[in-house]
Design a protein around this ligand. Sequence first.
Ligand code: PLP
Length: 473
Amino acid sequence: MRAQGYSERVPLSPDEYRAPLARAALHAGEWLDSVPTRPVKPREGIEALEAAFARSLPEHPSDPAEVVDELARLAEPGLMAIGSGRFFGWVMGGTLPAALASDWLVSAWDQNNGLRFATPATAAIEERAGAWILDLLGLPTTSTVGFTTGGTMANFVGLTAGRGAVLEAAGWNVNRDGLTGAPRVSVLVGAEVHSSVELALRYLGLGEPTRVAADAQGRIRPTALAEALAAAEGPVLVALQAGNLHSGAFDPMRECIRVAHEHGAWVHVDGAFGLWAAASPRWAETLDGLGEADSWATDAHKTLNVPYDCGVAVVARAGAMQSAFTAHTSYFIRDDAGIPDPMDIVPELSRRARGVPVWAALRSLGRTGTIELVERLAANAQALAEGLTAVPGVEVLNDVVFTQISLAFGSDERTRAVTQALIADGAVWMSGSRWAGRDVLRISVSNWSTDASDVTASIDAVVRAMAAADARR
Ligand SMILES: *Cc1c(COP(=O)(O)O)cnc(C)c1O
């Protein structure tokens, strides 16, 4: 019997999926073909795009292939070429071919990757991707790895596990009794902590952290951390940073982690883009001791170049993630192997199998390819810094140790004018920011496809922007 008010579904065509997917592949191919040579900035701004999409909800169904065509046509003028080798804005990677194509499969498969029992293929793929990450980054192989939407949520996962653990050590069960009346948790972070760590602490009800002095490159000072730890009362969380947004610098891991552990603190490392340096022997000394921390956060959608959105949360202590994130309900069927289900270790219950593109990226690069990718990003940053240092009137403000460069052009006013001119020019994209008390133009080399010609074109674009800015003054 049919429910009242529902009509029989009428198939639109014999190949309902094939036709729109073929259109999507065509449009995607056209877009991707254009990315290496098109200007990076969108041709049209938000007003034009809102106008392009300003129609009321259609009254009736449409052919899916036509919907895809319309979408591609209307969106194209407003797309930023984030996948361009000349995109250096914020910290955003492009997407590797194997990662992109496998991401399409993730959508086609439509697995709700929560339970090992129910979605064994994607659960197994994510477990393998997690194991490969631990291997590559030299993190304890017994750690638990969860896939989140990004670095912010990966920081949230690590800090949640840490909050539970330090409170438990102080005799308080936060899962059962909440935070009200709990011992106050002291949170220590470097002076140049990323705002996402502060967001995560806010979500956790831990308020604003205590900022510990950092050096000129933004690295936390171990002596200042030792002093702050000595002054801290009660349970303590310490958040270190592997990869400073403005300088790329890494906090001194071994010394900081040792002193924090002496005080019984939990140490979390925010390595949204910089944790990947641990894959290369080049940064082995810089990151010495990294594996001694208790939790780590990174992004796969930055340095590893998988599509949005994909973050990675790693927690060393078995059970620390589950105790925070396991949902106790009657309707989940559990595997009895004692291995956590995907939904036991991250905030979401329902989610896409976002670890699959990580598997594909690592499977396609292999160990040497991953190391080469990380080293190439840094080498391109080095080449950009050297080329720009040679231009009169350009100051490179940081020691270029990884993928980040902060530039100034004399006064703050001139730096802002050059930034505006560069963005208006559109051939490249770099971000304006403020660092070390000055306005800066920041370069983040995060795209796998950036090559020598992109480096040259980008230096030329900065020179053009300087001339344009000066002509306007
Ligand atoms: C990007 C970034 C984050 C936040 O990651 P999202 O993926 O944007 O949530 C955190 N820390 C650092 C150092 C970052 O660069």
